[in-house]
Design a protein around this ligand. Structure first.
Ligand code: BG6
Length: 493
């Protein structure tokens, strides 16, 4: 069996990394709008102010506690550079960019709606009509160009006002607030947008809870509650979508990769099992429809008590995600053995360096088998349609004097990854809906805030300090991907 005829080939972006226009047409601030740029070695910072006028910054180190001062308010300060404020300016390049994606033959375009463009404070009484009008243009242009929109409701874009007032998703009040936001969009885009995702990489609540859930106080209790509140909100979104338009499908989005043991020491095998439980817990609940025992036991051991009610679990069981989508960049290695060289990965999932694999300059592995392994794990466990909504290679591309970008390294990465994906379908029989490469076009890196960690098929002239013409250039991978789509993945060369 080869890929389905209606396979949804495309690419993905996120509002906070791409749109810019951070304060235009009534948009409010979101959690990322107060984050500075960083680098591979310097973390991004959240800037803040206290009532007495004192200002400062708190670094966001992946996987580490976020030491945000209790009496501070996250805010924009002079003298700092905030890459989300301009992104790569999709806000003013909408037609041009979507035209380029359509030229590659995209069947699908994944993007996120910037929640605070719709409700500037997250929970306003009235919708910001100008914000809605912007997404009308995005959706209508996609449809006119033959691209199916796949919309993420929240890609690390918790409105800042909700971060400040509620400590983000740690408060149950977020559930009805999100329900209203989701319903507003479902009603408005009924008949135009079929595919939706609730929370980008919902397991970011474990690794980067400020980004994933807008948490300033990231205690284990708050993270567990934040995840629970997002599960209930996701179930309510599925319920609402089905009631508003039975054609709509609402998926889960998980950061997921293959995890290997470093040695054949059984202790290492146990370590892999635990790492996998941490990753799949989020899918066990949101796609599987129930809390797994291993997580309940962990909560009991750690003294975590959820603020919940029986209806929460009924909703979770009755309205699981319609499909399971995931991001997958490279595999991870874990071990109980000390003194092993370290490697890095998405969401700061650092592990042990794999001696069999190469990495990019940011230490992320390039693994030709990762997608097949991950697809099989998810298919065997959930038997729900799958969708790869992020996969790609971050690289510091170079623009040649004649306006070209020779990104053969990216083509090679994608070739190997698409082969792995096709093997999962053709050899193993996995049900796969589509593939949206990260990122359709160059944008700001989420992890480092850099521009130089580029992923796109289209180069954007912009540097790490915000200089550059914003002019767009096609990379070599642009024509290569066009051929891949035209042959429905038959020709990868
Ligand atoms: C995922 C996110 O974590 O990986 C994206 O959903 C992000 O927002 C992508 O950009 C790549 O990570 P990074 O840190 O290289 O931008």
């Amino acid at each position: 069996m080869s890929l389905r005829e209606d396979f949804l080939w495309g690419g993905a972006t996120a509002a906070n990394q791409y749109e810019g226009g951070y304060d235009q047409d009534g948009k409010g601030l979101n959690a990322i709008d107060v984050m500075t740029n960083g680098s591979h070695t310097t973390p991004r910072q959240v800037t803040w102010k206290k009532a007495d006028g004192q200002t400062g910054t708190t670094p966001l180190v992946w996987g580490k506690p976020f030491a945000f001062p209790k009496d501070a308010i996250p805010t924009i300060l002079d003298d700092y550079y905030y890459p989300s404020h301009t992104g790569t300016d999709f806000y003013h390049h909408l037609e041009e960019d979507l035209g380029l994606l359509a030229e590659m033959g995209f069947k699908c375009y994944r993007f996120s709606i910037n929640w605070s463009r719709i409700f500037p404070n997250g929970d306003d009484e009235q919708v910001n009509q100008a914000g809605l009008a912007f997404y009308d243009r995005v959706v209508d242009t996609c449809l006119r160009l033959g691209m199916e929109p796949l919309v993420t409701l929240s890609h690390y874009e918790t409105p800042l006002s909700l971060v400040i007032r509620y400590n983000g998703w740690s408060d149950r009040k977020m559930i009805p607030i999100f329900e209203k936001y989701a319903k507003t969009l479902f009603n408005h885009f009924k008949g135009r947008v079929k595919y939706w995702l609730t929370f980008n990489e919902i397991n970011a609540m474990d690794h980067a809870p400020y980004m994933g859930g807008g948490l300033l106080d990231t205690s284990a209790q708050n993270r567990a509650q934040g995840a629970h509140n997002q599960f209930v909100a996701s179930a309510l979104a599925v319920k609402a979508a089905h009631e508003i338009d039975p054609n709509m499908q609402v998926g889960q989005m998980l950061a997921c990769s293959a995890i290997y043991t470093y040695t054949c020491d059984p202790k290492d095998a146990l370590k892999v099992m635990e790492a996998q439980q941490n990753e799949l817990f989020y899918a066990d609940v949101q796609t599987g429809g129930r809390y797994p025992e291993y997580r309940l036991k962990k909560y009991a051991r750690e003294g975590i008590v959820l603020e919940d009610c029986p209806e929460d679990y009924e909703l979770i069981a009755k309205y699981p995600a319609d499909f399971l989508s995931f991001s997958c960049y490279g595999s991870h290695v874990v071990t109980t053995h000390e003194n092993t060289a370290q490697a890095e990965g998405n969401l700061g999932m650092n592990g042990v360096k794999n001696p069999y694999l190469e990495t990019n300059a940011w230490g992320w592995t390039i693994d030709p088998y990762c997608l097949r392994l991950t697809l099989n794990t998810l298919w065997d466990r959930y038997h729900k349609p799958l969708w790869i909504v992020e996969n790609g290679l971050g690289w510091s591309d170079e623009l040649t004097p004649d306006g070209k970008i020779h990104d053969d390294y990216r083509i090679n990465y994608l070739k190997a990854n698409l082969k792995s994906m096709k093997d999962a379908v053709e050899i193993d029989g996995v049900d796969l809906l589509g593939y949206t490469m990260w990122s359709a076009i160059d944008l700001v890196s989420n992890g480092t805030g850099e521009m130089k960690k580029r992923y796109g098929f289209v180069y954007v002239d912009r540097d790490d300090r915000g200089n550059g013409s914003l002019k767009r250039y096609k990379k070599d991978s642009f024509d290569w991907y066009k051929q891949v789509i035209a042959t429905n993945g038959e020709s990868l060369d």
